[in-house]
Write a new protein. Structure first.
Ligand code: FE2
Ligand code: FE2
Length: 213
């Protein structure tokens, strides 16, 4: 359960701040302690330089960043409308543009290679479980995405949807906690252990191609 900052009267936006684990340009500054601070972007993918695992972990940092931002947005009914709108648009953009690419990385580039290379053990099932969990996450996102779009267009709609946004975005954080743990601790180590260097290079190339403008 996320809690609001104790003294939200004197620092109304403090509880809306988010620090990306990857930091981007660094921690959020005191000066940026406005709701717009949640717009701060996590570190952008350095896919040209990173190997596949590093790039995937970077995606996970951004998933955690924007999921947490979605929870803060649901609590932002007293914040400035423009900032609410910008935050809703940022969350909407991330989950409609970037996340589908990451899922494609895992469903199309990774899972088939694991299925082909990893001996049939319980561990190998982790990859199939990963693909299955994407469906549950997407079903929840299907409910959230139109609400983010609506609030992005008209921030005055936030109070109407705040309760559902809160419930569903907290559920999203929970689902991703389980999901990203499965991938970080089981699926990615399987890749490292069982996939060839050629496979890993091919995965990275496919990820790069997927994001080519
Ligand atoms: Fe992932
Ligand atoms: Fe995933």
């Amino acid at each position: 359960m996320l809690r609001r900052a104790k003294d939200s009267r004197t620092a109304p936006a403090e509880n809306l701040r988010l620090k990306s684990r990857t930091g981007g340009s660094g921690a959020v500054t005191i000066e940026s302690m406005k709701f717009s601070a949640i717009q701060i972007q996590p570190k952008k993918s350095g896919l040209e330089e990173e190997n596949a695992i590093e790039a995937l972990i970077g995606c996970h940092d951004r998933i955690r960043h924007f999921s947490a931002m979605a929870v803060r947005l649901a609590d932002a009914t007293n914040e400035d409308g423009n900032q609410v709108s910008e935050a809703a648009k940022a969350v909407h953009r991330y989950f409609t543009v970037a996340l589908p690419l990451h899922e494609a990385d895992e469903n199309i580039s990774i899972d088939p290679r694991i299925q082909a290379s990893v001996p049939a053990t319980a561990l190998a099932d982790a990859s199939a479980e990963m693909v299955q969990q994407h469906k549950e996450i997407n079903a929840l996102l299907k409910a959230l995405i139109p609400l983010w779009e609506e609030v992005g267009t008209d921030p005055n709609r936030l109070p109407t949807h705040a309760s559902q946004l809160k419930t569903d975005s907290e559920r999203l954080v929970q689902l991703f906690d389980v999901h990203l743990t499965l991938e970080d601790q089981t699926v990615f180590p399987l890749m490292v252990k069982h996939l060839s260097a050629e496979d890993m290079d091919a995965i990275r190339t496919e990820m790069r191609e997927r994001r080519r403008p």
